[in-house]
Design a protein around this ligand. Structure first.
Ligand code: PLP
Length: 375
């Protein structure tokens, strides 16, 4: 089946692009000895887990369900971090994970009787209180009042007994330079613990597969940590694994006029690409330009009731028509893991674009999926 024959809306994941990203990540593992984990929160297309685990070390989870998914579908290491675990979750996690990072000393102690004899390697998340991002407070774990990680002032003199790892996550779509500054700050403020620990997890937010990313600086940082502190180094990017590796095909269902032509699509920002509204960001649209750049500018919007369910304004060489297919790009990450059926909107199917150019529908959704999430 060709892409254009797929029923819309559909997420189409590009296997070749995923593999290209994975090769870049594999090279970093290979040349530095670090371990890279897929952060499933960004991309959990488990059909591709065998491919992913053939290039990188494993996966990390944000809680029990993602940890179970990796345990069932992914070969390799299985890490988990959550701001809080329940006792029941902890009992299950110690059987399926090899690394668990706690967000507070209280959680660490609360569950000590479960993890201590389990053989799982335990870490503590620190808050370096070192912000490197502007204007994105929602994505900044170092923002004032953050619940994420233990601050220097709250750390004990030495790592608590049994703690082997230090975890931090502070970046969002950033380069190796802010990582380098963050690591320097962690060394200044948490250096004692780096000497005591056996591993460090540098979290996610590393835009490693984006053109222009300074990979050699990243490798230097990893080598520095390994050599200075004798640490095993983990990175857990999500975006970098599936960056620019997926499309959303959508059809124009109607066109209304209000100051400019408004295209009503079968895709929705609110339901199918929530980060467009939450982050917010403007997804690239194949063949289209910025407003005013090409001859006709249209607003791309959805058929939900939400007035603000607008993807953005885009310009075209030729006015799109009802029935046309539009293709949003960079739609593999934080899309299918976050979608919902608000207004009873159908969930997009999930399809795979094989390197041969053939498309395979991996999963179709329908009314049943909408109904079974309700009661
Ligand atoms: C603890 C942690 N690890 C990894 C990630 C993955 O980040 P990204 O997809 O930006 O690489 C996140 C994202 O929020 C995170 O909170």
């Amino acid at each position: 089946m060709k892409a254009i024959e797929l029923k819309t809306p559909v997420y189409l994941v590009d296997e070749k692009k995923i593999e290209e990203n994975l090769k870049t990540l594999h090279d970093i593992e290979d040349t530095t000895g670090c371990h890279i984990l897929l952060a499933q929160k960004a991309f959990s297309m488990y059909r591709l887990y065998p491919l992913i685990s053939s290039y990188i070390s494993g996966a990390t989870a944000s809680g029990l369900f993602e940890a179970r998914l990796a345990h069932e579908e992914m070969q390799g290491e299985n890490h988990v971090f959550s701001p809080a675990f329940t006792e029941d979750e902890m009992k299950e996690l110690v059987n399926i994970c090899d690394h668990i990072s706690f967000n507070s000393l209280r959680q660490l102690e609360l569950h000590r009787n479960i993890w201590e004899s389990s053989g799982v390697s335990v870490g503590i998340r620190i808050n370096p209180e070192f912000s490197t991002q502007d204007g994105h407070e929602i994505y900044d774990p170092c923002a004032p009042g953050s619940r994420l990680g233990v601050r220097k002032a709250d750390m004990p003199e030495h790592l608590p007994s049994g703690v082997e790892g230090i975890h931090f996550h502070t970046l969002c779509e950033q380069g190796a330079e802010p990582l380098s500054e963050t690591v320097a700050s962690v060394e200044r403020n948490f250096g004692t613990y780096l000497h005591e620990a056996g591993w460090i997890n540098l979290g996610g937010g590393h835009h490693i597969t984006k053109p222009g990313y300074n990979i050699s600086l990243l490798k230097d940082i990893i080598r520095h940590l390994k050599e200075t502190y004798d640490l095993k180094v983990y990175l857990e990017p999500g975006e970098a694994i599936a960056l620019d590796a997926g499309y959303m095909y959508t059809k124009v269902l109607d066109i209304v006029d209000n100051t400019l032509p408004v295209l009503i699509l079968d895709a929705s920002a609110a339901c199918h690409m929530p980060d467009v509204l939450e982050m917010p960001y403007r997804p690239p649209l194949r063949g289209a330009g910025l407003p005013g750049e090409k001859s006709v500018t249209c607003r791309l919007a959805s058929r939900t009731c939400l007035a603000g369910d607008v993807i953005g304004d885009y310009s075209f060489d030729i006015m799109p028509e009802i029935g046309d297919t539009l293709i949003f790009e960079d739609m593999a990450i934080y899309s299918m893991v976050k979608n919902n059926t608000f207004n009873g909107m159908p969930l997009p199917d999930i399809a795979l674009l094989h390197p041969t150019g053939e498309c395979e529908i991996v999963k179709s959704f329908g009314y049943h999926d909408f109904k079974t999430r309700l009661s």
